[in-house]
Design a protein around this ligand. Structure first.
Ligand code: 5GP
Length: 125
């Protein structure tokens, strides 16, 4: 069920539990600002989820409330992960679903890094 991006943060959401080590994941990267792991239901040969360590429901919540160091640290981490995975030359797609119409399912802000195949136009004509 898609979530409302304006809802209060629920610290029992799946990604909060992964961050706390309460649920397993296949970790790809971590640093002070970001934690990354493989999507459990990949939509492309490479499908990595990157989450900030802080408690933000969505892109909207993150960009409104996170500090500058947190935002820049997180965005730099997303870029570094893509570089480290060798995705820059073949290319990759970033997705940050936000709220009901985007079909955001997990109410902890995350960026999808999708790559490894030709994905075509973002929104089919
Ligand atoms: P959203 O629709 O919120 O942008 O994307 C949520 C993503 O989280 C989906 O691609 C889904 O496959 C992934 N996901 C849901 N539950 C889990 C889980 O327990 N572990 C991992 N690694 N990914 C999950």
């Amino acid at each position: 069920m898609p979530v409302d991006a304006t809802q209060p943060y629920d610290d029992q959401n799946i990604f909060a539990r992964i961050l706390r080590g309460e649920l397993p994941c296949t970790k790809v990267y971590e640093d002070e600002w970001a934690f990354a792991f493989n999507d459990i239901n990949p939509q492309a040969p490479v499908h990595i989820l990157v989450v900030p360590r802080g408690p933000y429901v969505s892109w909207d919540d993150f960009t409104e409330k996170a500090g500058d160091a947190e935002i820049s640290g997180f965005i730099r981490a997303v870029g570094k992960i893509a570089r480290d995975q060798g995705l820059v030359a073949p290319g990759y797609r970033l997705i940050a679903n936000t709220g009901f119409h985007s079909h955001q399912e997990i109410p902890h802000f995350h960026v999808h890094i999708c790559a490894g195949k030709q994905m075509g136009r973002m929104i089919p004509e």
